[in-house]
Design a protein around this ligand. Structure first.
Ligand SMILES: NC(=O)c1ccc[n+]([C@@H]2O[C@H](COP(=O)([O-])OP(=O)(O)OC[C@H]3O[C@@H](n4cnc5c(N)ncnc54)[C@H](OP(=O)(O)O)[C@@H]3O)[C@@H](O)[C@H]2O)c1
Length: 347
């Protein structure tokens, strides 16, 4: 923005000019042309934010763009979140974003950009509170666009360099989210502003590795949009009906083994069909992924608790075959589970 001829740049944070590196940043920006003001303002305090906005309105020049990027993370599994932690990441985002929206909706803005996160779309483990805060921003920009106002919820993946994501960088990278360097990230932001969409997710994702809970849904959206999602297309042709009876057992085992190997990121050598899934590394989170994989690609319904009870790929495959052929307990497969621990829809 400083490079693009704006006259006045007001940057806020709780520490304002007292933040480490603030003076250097100010000098760097002033050298590019605009007047720069660093303000200590807690945007989660409606009075402080209101007073700042009133002052800017009085002083001029007219406000032309709003960028909101305040945020914090406080990761915890959802079952362990206390009310304060649940609210924490929303405080710098939800109220302030609405206040900025309400205070500027009558102005002729060129841009209204909220820094959101891919976590709001991809459901990263341990980030339910952060995901909710960001999903609010995504929805707010939708509302603004529907009202004909500028609004972009820029849902970032992972940035390079020190940031709030530093502590989870290694974890994210192992899950297929690579860090973006500033130049391509800013180029992407420009493009997103020009696109006019309310919500854009921008990140460097390796879809073969991404393990977030929302992956299935996201790939489905990409496919429905006509975007190639190579992994989603893979193996969608699993069709037991087309196989002779004697070939179904090996086909199910190969299918289940592949699903387990993909879910647990195992090499073919590591994916031993005789070892229990838990010994191979299945846990409560990856069991959800495996259950979804079996359901989406194979139309098999398996209960999570049963996947975690020490069953191996070979045993699971036998049970699926038996359920498929309606042989378990001598019954046809029905609406109710034929087995105490798994069932599959009638072929
Ligand atoms: N870094 C990433 O990879 C990444 C990925 C996805 C999304 N994002 C989003 O991008 C935004 C910036 O992330 P970041 O990594 O740059 O974060 P960061 O390094 O922690 O910086 C956050 C900034 O927000 C300010 N801030 C926090 N609470 C505030 C409040 N209540 N009022 C005013 N300022 C406040 C902080 O300054 P003070 O402490 O002085 O207030 C700090 O300058 C966040 O909204 C984040 O959700 C980042």
């Amino acid at each position: 923005m400083a490079r693009e001829g704006i006259q006045r740049l007001v940057l806020t944070s709780r520490r304002g000019p007292g933040a480490p590196g603030a003076a250097e940043l100010e000098a760097e920006l002033v050298a590019l042309g605009p007047s720069v003001e660093l303000v200590a303002c807690d945007v989660a305090d409606p009075e402080a934010l209101g007073a700042l906005l009133d002052r800017l309105r009085r002083e001029g020049p007219p406000l032309r763009a709003v960028f909101h990027s305040a945020g914090l993370v406080d990761d915890e599994l959802i079952a362990r979140l206390d009310p304060e932690q649940l609210r924490g990441p929303s405080l710098p985002k939800v109220g302030p974003a609405w206040q900025l929206h309400a205070a500027t909706r009558d102005l002729e803005l060129d841009a209204f950009v909220l820094y959101s996160s891919a976590a709001g779309t991809l459901a990263q483990i341990g980030q339910a509170n952060y995901a909710a805060a960001n999903a609010y921003l995504d929805a707010l920009c939708q509302l603004r666009r529907e009202a004909g106002l500028p609004g972009l919820s820029m849902a970032w993946g992972l940035w390079a360099g020190p940031s709030m994501a530093t502590s989870v960088r290694a974890q994210l990278e192992s899950q297929g989210v690579s860090a973006m360097e500033p130049a391509p990230a800013i180029a992407g932001l420009r493009r997103a502003v020009a696109l006019g969409d309310a919500h854009v997710v921008l990140g460097a994702f390796d879809w073969a590795k991404v393990r977030f809970g929302g992956r299935g849904q996201l790939l489905a959206i990409l496919q429905s949009e006509g975007v190639e999602a190579e992994e989603a297309a893979a193996d969608s042709s699993f069709d037991l009906d087309a196989l002779p009876r004697g070939e179904r057992g090996p086909a199910i085992q190969a299918f289940v083994l592949d699903a387990v190997a993909r879910t647990l990121r195992l090499s073919p050598e590591e994916a031993d069909p005789k070892r229990s899934l838990t010994a191979l590394g299945l846990d409560s989170m990856t069991s959800v992924e495996l259950r979804d994989e079996l359901r989406e690609r194979g139309a098999f319904e398996v209960r999570l608790a049963d996947l975690l009870r020490g069953v191996s790929v070979a045993e699971l495959s036998e049970q699926l075959l038996a359920a498929y052929e309606g042989e378990l307990d001598g019954d046809e497969v029905s609406e109710a589970p034929a087995s105490p621990w798994l069932w599959c829809p009638a072929p």
